[in-house]
Design a protein around this ligand. Structure first.
Ligand code: SF4
Ligand code: SF4
Length: 111
């Protein structure tokens, strides 16, 4: 199997099905207080939400597919992250082809 390309995917930029089913929207925590996502008001207002006093990436959508507000494009075809240089640590940890990647892709029918 070849390594998937992120620019044609975006699956891990969506809330996991398990979270959606449980009504959990604490998707990706922004745990670095120096993050531009927190220190820049324009980025914070658009891409961050506070849940129980902690900052998380905002999710768009209330149905089965809840996408990070910073994701642009069509899932599985062509996507990009508009805060790529400022993306939080959990976004940087996912590697194409690793377990989290494959789980996310399978949930979006991209397995
Ligand atoms: S699920 Fe995998 S291939 Fe898709 S964007 Fe995430 S790391 Fe890249
Ligand atoms: S910040 Fe970027 S990399 Fe992280 S989930 Fe959102 S769109 Fe994906």
């Amino acid at each position: 199997m070849s390594t998937p390309l992120c620019q044609g995917c975006g699956a891990c930029c969506c809330n996991a099905a398990e979270n959606v089913a449980a009504g959990v929207r604490t998707y990706v925590e922004i745990d670095d207080p120096r993050s531009r996502l927190l220190t820049r008001a324009d980025l914070r207002n658009r891409y961050v939400t506070e849940i129980d006093g902690a900052p998380y990436l905002r999710l768009d959508g209330a149905g089965e597919v809840q996408r990070c507000a910073a994701l642009r494009g069509k899932l599985g075809f062509s996507v990009s992250c508009v805060v790529y240089t400022h993306r939080p640590a959990p976004c940087r940890r996912v590697e194409p082809g690793d377990r989290e990647c494959l789980r996310a892709r399978a949930e979006r029918g991209l397995g």
